[in-house]
Design a protein around this ligand. Structure first.
Ligand SMILES: [Mg+2]
Length: 413
């Protein structure tokens, strides 16, 4: 090991003055002097990743989903607004940016999804500057870990049989240890579908849906949470019929049986069935949830925190729902950065119920590569533990993202 010893000998003096100079230079100013210097973004899969840089050695990371394509110039515009500001007044910055877009679509869609990514990065940056995990900045935690349900992603199968449903359920329980699962019921490939464009399910479709879910319930027994999504692709009579028919299967919820725009329709469906009705992934800001909750339109709210306005807005929605004794079960289709950001909110509200978890974390290696996290187990026995590190606790891995980048699409340039 002569080489190693030789290196040790040289390193005692080599570059010492340079090291001393770096050590003598104050790397960090007081937290109160922290200033934002730049904002950059990248797009991988269905996510927008944002990094907010500062004049200290720290940056904040955030993620937006779904309504993010074509938003590069929107991110850059919000970035110009942020430069030179302290990141600490997160609620104020959020409100300033939201109000600034009042006539430019800041009520929903892409504007709010971008705002969600930026707001999340501000929490991460603030947490790192103050040495505190985000949940602490949000008021502290009710619990250390949160229960997640696994989206089985059976939608990738062209037209799954009841047996496919049952085996996807038992595999997710056996291989990954989940005790809560979600399945989709909307299949345009159903041969019993009479019309691709109307939203009425035929008797054959309704019977197929029931048989798929009954096969799962039969396979997993009564103790597993069984969540079901219809993606807002059906009409009122279909929603009524399905919600009634599946009552004996004791679902944890029936999600978006009709599109989420008409809250009065939701109230009627929820009133007429014992099956809990849920919606929220296509609703934006706390304003969007107000009337839905006020009239009892849903039994469970499920905002997507990478889309509905970010972590502060997610907490506001949860607290609003809590006034109506409605559980908070956030939708989550992000990377593990977004999942952990969401977890920080979930531990801070009393009415947290279940958070969505994706099977792609187990089946697509990209998800383990594009972020860094210092614990081996991301999920264990259907729970994820909230990070105790400053900020969110999960970092973006830009090098790994390059492998999955789409040519011509910005990646932290
Ligand atoms: Mg859904």
């Amino acid at each position: 090991m002569a080489g190693a010893l030789g290196f040790a000998g040289i390193s005692e003096t080599f570059g010492k003055n340079f090291t001393n100079a770096i050590d003598a230079h104050p790397k960090l100013s007081a937290p109160s002097d922290l200033k934002i210097t730049d904002v950059k973004c990248g797009y991988i899969g269905g996510s927008l990743f944002v990094k907010i840089y500062s004049d200290q050695d720290i940056y904040g990371c955030g993620e937006g989903v779904d309504a993010i394509r074509g938003t590069y110039h929107m991110v850059m515009g919000m970035g110009r607004f942020l430069k030179g500001q302290s990141p600490f007044a997160i609620h104020k910055i959020f409100e300033q940016m939201r109000r600034a877009g009042h006539f430019g679509g800041a009520q929903s869609g892409m504007y709010v999804a971008v705002l969600s990514a930026i707001e999340t990065a501000l929490w991460d940056l603030t947490g790192k500057a103050l040495g505190l995990p985000v949940y602490q900045l949000l008021g502290g935690k009710f619990r250390d870990r949160i229960r997640v349900y696994c989206d089985t992603a059976l939608y990738r199968v062209q037209f799954p049989s009841p047996e496919d449903f049952a085996s996807a359920a038992t595999e997710a329980i056996k291989n990954w240890g989940f005790n809560a699962l979600k399945f989709d019921l909307d299949y345009v490939s159903d041969p019993d579908k009479y019309d691709r464009y109307n939203w009425t399910a035929s008797p054959g479709e309704i019977s197929r849906m029931y048989n798929q879910l009954a096969a799962v319930r039969e396979a997993v027994g009564p103790k597993i949470d069984l969540c079901v999504d219809m993606h807002g692709r059906y009409d009122f009579p279909t929603a009524q019929a399905i919600a009634k028919k599946v009552e004996p299967l004791n679902l944890t919820w029936l999600e978006e049986p009709v599109p989420a725009e008409n809250v009065d329709a939701y109230r009627r469906i929820a009133d007429e069935t014992n099956t809990p009705i849920s919606a929220g992934e296509n609703i934006y800001l706390a304003y969007g949830f107000r009337r839905l909750l006020e009239i009892g339109g849903v039994d469970i709210v499920m905002p997507d925190l990478q889309k509905c306005g970010g972590l502060g807005e997610g907490q506001r929605i949860a607290n609003l729902a809590n006034l109506y004794y409605v559980p908070f079960s956030p939708h989550m289709v992000a990377s593990f950065l977004g999942a952990m950001a969401c977890a920080h909110v979930c531990v801070t509200v009393p009415n947290f119920h279940l958070m969505e978890w994706q099977s792609y974390f187990h089946t697509n290696p990209m998800y383990k590569e594009i972020v860094t996290y210092d614990e081996e187990d991301w999920v264990k026995d259907s729970f994820i533990k909230v990070s105790e590190k400053p900020g969110i606790g999960v970092d973006i891995n830009e090098e790994a993202m390059k492998k999955y980048a789409t040519p011509g699409v910005p990646l932290f340039e």
